[in-house]
Ligand binder design. Structure first.
Ligand code: IMP
Length: 434
């Protein structure tokens, strides 16, 4: 099964993946890097994961990082160390593709300097997480990435690192006018990190094939969201990987026919971090306003960067696009309880663009920025939905809202998440079929 975000990320995928892994033997990351941030709440205890798959919190679940993920080795070991300090033993059940490209300190320097330079040149920031993700993917596509497998060969590592750093340092010094990254300390640090990382490296595609032969259930965990996809999102205000369900195959080393079910995670409203168009956006800073309610009640602040998330009504025309690209089998609606108490709920069902009415999100970010949203209004509910576990317990208005979201976005609802804890979950159709 593949789990992907249906909006601009932060839909609450981590909790759903953790819940579903009760029924799975392995969890696989296939794209992104430590720009992702998943907060899990288990028995009231909060854990934040960035690079490690959300299955990590279950001791009997294997964790895989596929070739499509970019890995910052410094961050990887720090995250493993944090989990181990909290009593989560991971190394024996974590396998990382040796084909993963590395995120190097020079990628971080390039990411930060480019954002600053865009601002100086009046282009405006993309609003990246500043983790070096974009420059690392550039190197992968340009065939000059240093990969995890290079850590096993010190001489080859030195040759590749020198060539890559030469290129980066030229850009840093001559074009971006910031300090270069020195070869020797970077190389020495990679050699140190190679030692604990080497035993974790594997041919992940082949491992997954063997899992399938044993009849195991695997869960592919998307990071970010469909509208941040480098091809299908609001380009250039996107991340640098394919976040859509189809990339679970290429990014992990399996075939597309191995995917049986695609679960799209859809927040009951919309949020976005970073720049870029957002048609149903509401102002968040006026106390008493709906935007302020979503921001504060939903605690909409980035897990990785701490930045305030932009908030707005649900956009079913954007969801229609996401469900189409992902061939979503079912949607899981998250954070429904954040809408509790609102007298009225609006759904963006389409837009007016240059004198025409359209009912699906356009492809061009400039077109999206000109879209005037069309809204449908539905009554809200006074009761609390927090922590409910059965569909019949939901207020009538909440059920009507969810049914309308399913209808407008073109995909049935299979689950509803009513709170951060594992137990706060309503199942209509179990994605694993039982
Ligand atoms: P990058 O992935 O750091 O290059 O950032 C590119 C865009 O993706 C920015 O708008 C980020 O805010 C956004 N982004 C990256 N990772 C996440 C995430 O996990 N959740 C939400 N937005 C993200």
């Amino acid at each position: 099964m593949v789990v992907v975000g249906n909006q601009w990320g932060d839909e609450g995928k981590g909790k759903v993946v953790d819940w579903l892994t009760e029924q799975a033997q392995g969890v696989v990351r296939f794209q992104g890097g430590h720009n992702a941030g998943h907060t899990l709440v288990i028995g009231g205890q909060k854990t934040a994961l960035q690079l490690i798959p959300s299955g990590a919190m279950r001791a009997d679940v294997a964790c895989y990082i596929g070739n499509g993920v970019v890995v910052d080795p410094e961050h990887l070991m720090a995250e493993i160390g944090r989990l181990e300090a909290a009593g989560v033993e991971l190394r024996a059940r974590l396998r990382i593709s040796e084909a993963c490209p590395l995120v190097l300190p020079s990628h971080v320097a390039l990411d930060l300097a480019r954002e600053a330079s865009r601002e100086t040149r009046g282009l405006g920031r993309i609003g990246t997480t500043g983790k070096g993700i974009g420059p690392a993917y550039e190197d992968k596509v340009a065939r000059r990435a240093v990969r995890l497998q290079d850590l096993k060969h010190p001489r080859r590592l030195a040759d590749k690192l020198r060539e890559t750093l030469d290129w980066h340092n030229f850009a840093l010094r001559e074009y971006l006018h910031v300090a270069p990254v020195e070869f020797e300390p970077t190389y020495q640090r990679l050699l140190q990190l190679a030692e604990p990382i080497a035993p974790l490296l594997a041919d992940v595609g082949h491992c997954l094939q063997r899992c399938r032969e044993r009849g195991e259930r695997l869960l592919f965990e998307g990071a970010q969201g469909t509208l941040l996809d480098v091809d299908h999102g609001t380009y250039p205000y996107v991340t640098s990987s394919n976040c859509v369900a189809g990339n679970a195959a290429a990014g992990a080393g399996i075939g597309p026919r191995a995917i049986d079910y695609v679960l799209g995670i859809t927040k009951a409203y919309t949020t976005r971090v970073g720049s870029g168009p957002f048609p149903s956006e509401l102002p968040i800073d006026q106390p008493g306003s709906v935007g302020h309610h979503l921001h504060t009640v939903g605690q909409e602040r980035g897990t990785v960067t701490g930045r305030a998330r932009r908030c707005g009504w649900i956009d079913t025309a954007a969801l229609k696009r996401a469900n189409l690209i992902n061939s979503t089998s079912g949607q899981c609606i998250t954070k429904l309880d954040v809408l509790d108490g609102l007298p009225e709920i609006l759904l963006c069902t389409g837009y007016r663009l240059d004198g025409r009415d359209i009912d699906i999100l356009p492809l061009d970010a400039d077109d999206i920025a000109r879209c005037q949203p069309h809204y449908e209004r539905m009554p809200g509910w006074k009761e609390t939905t927090a922590g409910l576990t059965r569909w019949e317990q939901l207020p009538r208005e909440a059920r009507a809202y969810l049914e309308r979201v399913a209808e407008l976005s073109g995909t049935p609802i299979s689950m509803v998440s009513t709170g951060p804890d594992r137990e706060h979950t309503i199942v209509l159709q179990h994605p694993f079929g039982d």
